[in-house]
Design a protein around this ligand. Structure first.
Ligand SMILES: C[S@@+](CC[C@H](N)C(=O)[O-])C[C@H]1O[C@@H](n2cnc3c(N)ncnc32)[C@H](O)[C@@H]1O
Length: 299
């Protein structure tokens, strides 16, 4: 029989195993999984590191650790992920929200705040479109942080929309976020939008093949693979969004590393937008291309 181990011992040993297995955040992974197995918050682990978990708790932790050692992402193991001010359910049917996508939300919120409300009625509230919503993270973060915006969010995957709808209901935001099963925006109707945001799949084919196993083997291909050069969706999104945006409305697109120049060119070639701007993420990568729809008479 193996000797009972303390919380501190379990954390140290799991951290070593996860590091040797290639995790980029072995200590954090170990803490999140042990906290889950014990049914406590992470901070609780440090209050009494000498505590010896029960046999059942230790067995639960070993099961979670085995899944992580098989490269399953921690967010799928826990079934949730924090994003800005909200926590989202995530399943293998949706992309795990990334920290860099918070920059897209920053740009979108700033654009919304710069728009004067047309009047006091609900019909005067700004209307945003989130294309390829996945877990709903962008649409729901906008609704959580801007009390006026209404959002239409699309995805081509019914399984993703089911997760996004559950997130909206749990967060109490379902009244202001409408989900539509659609290829891009084909089925959203003719309404003019003040803002179109998207974090489309943008990984080029050769990079997709070389992705780490925790991404390639677990996250949905359709959420990641952007065609031969990663830009397939931008080529459809940019001209299509110009038809949906009101004059002066804003398009904001997340881009992959090294893609900003090409996406700026796609926006320019559409001939419908003012010169685009770039926003860098917290790692200094140009991450969001944004542009205003030209108004009548301005070009
Ligand atoms: C990179 S993920 C982004 C998910 C989420 N917005 C986020 O930032 O975490 C791209 C999403 O676009 C969806 N998607 C891919 N092709 C699409 C299409 N033609 N029309 C609508 N959605 C699409 C995928 O199913 C996936 O949910």
């Amino acid at each position: 029989m193996t000797a009972a181990r303390s919380v501190g011992d379990m954390l140290s040993q799991a951290t070593v195993s996860l590091r040797e297995n290639g995790s980029r955040s072995p200590r954090l992974d170990a803490e999140l999984l042990l906290a889950e197995a014990l049914g406590v918050g992470r901070a609780e682990l440090f209050r009494d590191p000498a505590r010896v978990p029960t046999h059942e708790e230790a067995a639960t932790f070993e099961g979670l650790l085995r899944r992580r050692l098989a490269h399953e992402p921690v967010a799928y193991i826990l079934g949730r992920r924090a994003f800005r001010t909200i926590e989202l359910e995530v399943t293998p049917g949706v992309l795990i929200p990334r920290p860099e996508t918070e920059t897209l939300v920053d740009v979108a919120l700033e654009a919304l705040r710069a728009m004067p409300l047309a009047g006091p009625g609900p019909e005067d509230e700004p209307l945003a479109l989130d294309v390829g919503t996945g877990s709903g993270c962008v649409a729901l973060a906008l609704a959580a942080e801007d009390p006026f915006v209404r959002v239409v969010a699309t995805d081509v995957e019914p399984a993703a929309l089911a997760v996004a709808r559950r997130n909206a209901a749990r967060l109490g935001l379902a009244r202001r976020v409408e989900f539509v099963l659609s290829d891009l925006f084909a089925d959203v109707g003719e309404r003019p939008f003040d803002l179109v945001v998207s974090n489309p799949p943008y990984i080029p084919a050769d990079e997709y093949a070389a992705l780490e196993p925790n991404v390639r083997e677990y996250e949905p291909r359709r959420a990641l693979h952007g065609g031969a050069d990663g830009l397939d969706l931008y080529r459809r999104l940019v001209p299509g969004a110009a038809l949906l945006l009101r004059p002066g409305g804003v398009l904001a697109l997340e881009v992959g590393v090294g893609q900003a120049g090409a996406v700026v060119d796609i926006v320019g070639a559409a001939g419908a937008y003012e010169p685009p701007g770039l926003r860098h993420d917290l790692s200094g990568v140009p991450r969001v291309v944004h542009a205003r729809r030209r108004g009548r008479g301005s070009g």
